[in-house]
Design a protein around this ligand. Structure first.
Ligand code: SAH
Length: 286
């Protein structure tokens, strides 16, 4: 282990300076602090204020000991009356000449309201920099050994939110079209309405035995993975006691976990199936 996190010289010169009066809107990744970007670390080192969401691991704030840490968490599904307050607070801090780091879980522009916050800032004349992060629907699945694409499974991915601004199951979604057209589904905020979502997909013709997985607290020490099927998804979630935050994945890519569960392999387990998609073992695949 190394405790030195000095930024190396950037390949293109100096790392950007977080100037007073600016807001950097930054993704913190799904949990594991090692999944931060170097731009995020550079921002943490310079901020006067870090305003962070519920899904940001607080350990990450240890990299900004000089900064004031402000929690701006909202729990998923609640109407976001506070969203405007958060955006305006960012405006006020910037106008007061602070170096502001707005830290959000995953990627700020993926189901993270980052677009709204950035828009408000720009509308108020506050200069903004966007720092993308690793989204839970990609990196969280990778930590579970589920590749979000695989040539033998899918040539597209559909990212879905399980509830809308009101907290209800997303009304604007055309589940029939999704069931027919989406190869692999990656569902954020899907726990509360898992039964509704699974039923909508089953009613629209997706097979009950289609592989499905739930990855909760992905990339953190509390990560848990449930492998199931679309038909059993809601019941198995209820029986498992798994809690949000969790990503649901529906599609055959889930089968790859039988060979790619690298965390189990690190713990000395052997792969359950070296060829879960039946594409042939290496000697057979020329
Ligand atoms: N901007 C975030 C998503 C915010 S929406 C991103 O790009 O990842 C919040 C949802 O993200 C949660 O309900 C859950 O579905 C998902 N999520 C975020 N962090 C997660 C984690 N560590 N493990 C599993 N799901 C996570």
């Amino acid at each position: 282990m190394t405790d030195s996190l000095t930024l190396p010289a950037g390949p293109m010169g100096e790392w950007p300076e977080l100037l007073p009066g600016w807001v950097w809107l930054c993704g913190a990744g799904p949990g594991d602090p090692g999944l931060l970007t170097i731009h995020a670390l550079n921002a943490l080192r310079q901020a006067d204020v870090v305003i962070y969401d519920a899904l940001v691991q607080e350990a990450i704030l240890d990299w900004a000991p000089q900064a004031e840490h402000v929690y701006a968490g909202k729990r998923g599904g609640k109407p976001s009356a506070k969203q405007r307050d958060i955006s305006l607070r960012l405006v006020d801090l910037a106008k007061a000449g602070k170096r502001v780091l707005r830290l959000k879980g995953g990627d700020p522009f993926v189901f993270g309201r980052g677009g709204e916050e950035a828009q408000t800032l720009i509308q108020h004349g506050v200069p903004v920099r966007i720092i993308p992060g690793i989204s839970a629907g990609i990196g969280g699945l990778a930590y579970a050994g589920i590749p979000v694409t695989h040539r033998d499974v899918n040539q597209s991915v559909t990212f879905i939110t399980g509830h809308d601004q009101t907290g209800e199951a997303t009304a604007s979604l055309n589940w029939k079209a999704i069931a027919e057209g989406a190869q692999v589904l990656v569902i954020y905020m899907g726990m509360k309405h898992a039964e509704h979502i699974a039923n909508a997909l089953l009613d629209a013709g997706r097979p009950a035995d289609e592989p499905a997985a739930v990855v909760s607290s992905a990339t953190t020490p509390d990560q848990q993975v449930l492998e199931t099927t679309l038909g059993r998804l809601a019941g198995d979630i209820a029986a498992s006691g798994l809690e949000p935050p969790a990503i649901l994945c529906i599609g055959r890519s889930v089968l790859m976990r039988q060979v790619l569960d690298w965390q189990a392999l690190m713990n000395g387990e052997t792969p359950r199936d070296l060829d879960p998609l039946g594409r042939g073992l290496p000697a057979e695949v020329s």
